[in-house]
Design a protein around this ligand. Sequence first.
Ligand SMILES: Cc1cc2nc3c(=O)[nH]c(=O)nc-3n(C[C@H](O)[C@H](O)[C@H](O)COP(=O)(O)OP(=O)(O)OC[C@H]3O[C@@H](n4cnc5c(N)ncnc54)[C@H](O)[C@@H]3O)c2cc1C
Length: 565
Amino acid sequence: MEKLTHDVIVVGAGLAGLRAAVAAAEVSSKLDIAVLTKHHPLRSHSVCAQGGTAAVTNPKDSFDLHAFDTVKGADYLADQDVVEFFVKKAPSEIVLTEHWGCPWSRTPEGKIDQRAFGGHTFPRACFAADMTGFHEMHAIYGKAKSYSNIKFYDEWFATSLITDQGAVVGLTAIEMKTGILHAFQAKSIVMATGGHERIYEFTTFSHTTTGDGMAMAYRAGVPLEDMEFVQFHPTGLIPSGVLITEGARGEGGYLVNANGERFMKRYAAEKMELAPRDVVSRAEQTEILEGRGLQGPYGPYIALDLRHLGEEKINERLPLIRDVALKLGGVDPVKEVIPIRPAAHYSMGGIKANIRAETPVLGLYASGECSCLSLHGANRLGTNSTAECLVFGAVSGEEAAKHALAAGLRELSQEKLLAEEARVSAIAARNGDERISVLRDKMRRIMNEKVWIYRRGDQLEAGLKEIRDLKKKFVDISVEDKGKQFNTGLLNALQLDFMLELAEVTIVSALPRNESRGAHSRVDYPKRDDQNWLKHTLAYYTKDGPRLEYAPVTITKWPPMARTY
Ligand SMILES: Cc1cc2nc3c(=O)[nH]c(=O)nc-3n(C[C@H](O)[C@H](O)[C@H](O)COP(=O)(O)OP(=O)(O)OC[C@H]3O[C@@H](n4cnc5c(N)ncnc54)[C@H](O)[C@@H]3O)c2cc1C
């Protein structure tokens, strides 16, 4: 197998990966840094981020307020030392991206403008119209391209991490153009591979967010933390699931049921439409389950009403939303309501990492959505994710660079490389009766039906059994393309393999948590239970399925209280 060597490898070129690469390059111009991405960097899901990036920039706001909002939003499962560090670092990241060319929207006085967002008690979402991620990504990509010691590997698909005695020593990746599997040797590796929402049927996420990095780290022995906590966003456009930003409600949009009622007054009288996402999604789901949804060709839905905002404001602040509603929903929000329902939107769980983005494997770091530090606990507040990618992307890059300067290269075990080559070749050669797309659709339906907003023990059990049946069937798939170049059939198979692994981990983590906290809502255990469950779930890989352990939550200033909005 051909071997390539770098000091630092960043897997992923979304906001977290690009920010990590820039931070590593800033540590030393002598470091040889590689960024691997399975598609062009500017096709990473981060470009889809719409509503904004949270940071305290107004003197009337405060770090403690941002931290408390985050901790309360997290239903007290966030590690508070991580939260406190995060809120203090976020403002300087806004300034940096501004210097690198991000065109933040402005107040009439010329200051960076901020809008309201769910669960935040102060309008602290910096935004670039409703295309925040698009502009942030272009600014950081431009910056990353200016360093001669950052090499991009676009359209390289990482398949596994190689470890040796508790340290990461490299990885394997397929060059998609040739189909050849290569070995990469490195002193440090940063995982910044994004979320896994494509394990669900109705989701706001791109087709590429298949959780590869989480699954690779898990198989390499790193625990996945808090995987039962999946966020459902209240406003997925029907029928595609494409996101209608929470910024639409931040600008004053209403949620309305079939009776024309702003039903949020019965669920969160004070915050109304701007309660955190878990609260609003549950409210919508309840309205639908109790028969108060509007009826449409794709089933019951909720109406998002922006008409009272007026055409001028919609065009200025929410131009993408109008465009998306027109083209993908067939409605003009200036004149009509937008049909929406909750959609799988974010993974609070991920690769376990500490406040320095270090995983338990030496030399391996994680940041962005694939990681769990844990900043978001049981429920993330909107706009805290892009901010996290910037803050902890930088931390991961810096720490990885410092480690690489101090550490030496270690040999890649030939035996492990051959084993990975054999695994990938065996999947490529499969000629069974099962179709990849059919298994994938089944997995997504199971997750939608049995591991959705409201969960029940017996349904989770049934879902787990069905996912395990699909894992068995995976052995009988057929990869129809037997060619080498851009073999998307093989890549789809590898991604499905990763997703099935993560679907299993999600359910196994959810099953024993007999309480309702944040996005994990059990109808059979409707109360939060701090006595028994104020703890993080850690899922370790074994060949018989995940083994669970638990870890304490770090509390600094804010002991758990009742969570009302
Ligand atoms: C529609 C939408 C709107 C959103 N709006 C907001 C918002 O307004 N504010 C906010 O804070 N958050 C928002 N979010 C969430 C936020 O955008 C994401 O959580 C965040 O951008 C994830 O960034 P990331 O860098 O971790 O990963 P991503 O941007 O998903 O990038 C992942 C990278 O990993 C690479 N990769 C993955 N697997 C492999 C592999 N096997 N081999 C090689 N490379 C691989 C990909 O090529 C890609 O470059 C939104 C999300 C969506 C879907």
